[in-house]
Ligand binder design. Sequence first.
Ligand SMILES: Cc1cc2nc3c(=O)[nH]c(=O)nc-3n(C[C@H](O)[C@H](O)[C@H](O)COP(=O)(O)O)c2cc1C
Length: 178
Amino acid sequence: MTTLLAISGSLRRDSANTMLLRAAVALAPAGVRIVLYEGVDQLPFFNPDIETAPPPVVRELRGMLSAADGIIVASPEYAHGVPGAFKNALDWLVGCAELGSKPVALMNTSARAVHAHAALAEILTTMGWTVIAAASPVIAVANRGFDAAHIAADPALAGPLRAAIEALVLATRAEVTP
Ligand SMILES: Cc1cc2nc3c(=O)[nH]c(=O)nc-3n(C[C@H](O)[C@H](O)[C@H](O)COP(=O)(O)O)c2cc1C
């Protein structure tokens, strides 16, 4: 069984990024389990003073990532940047050598959101993770009001989402190359 951990960069209840990841959960192929992490808003502000002995919520996130074979990220762009709450979550993971070089699918829900996407690619790579290009499509669901069931049922959206998941799964099984 391959396990993928999905993390949304948006805290919004009806977030398009979260809906895309929920659709990914529904579309997981046989032998693949996709788990949506929903604790980004529970994490305290990152503080290097407690980085090595962090609170349980941080240890839980690190443990879930450690147990995952690959990661799926989908995040909105705020003012040409990465949302603060999501960047805070990533800061807790910098320097976690035990996470190793995880393959990451970096999905973009808006063709306009080029700045945050590029910044995230740089941040994740700097963290030692491997962004898999074939698993990192633009699937334009931002600002369209689609729920996860709609995304999973629309071939124009579900097709590239399925292909991205398959590319990530392949990367988890092979020598990881971007
Ligand atoms: C504070 C704020 C700043 C935003 N800045 C940008 C931006 O710089 N570029 C962009 O393409 N969209 C921007 N947006 C639009 C969001 O990225 C877009 O609505 C996205 O769908 C939100 O993601 P979500 O549905 O997952 O919450 C901004 C939205 C907010 C609330």
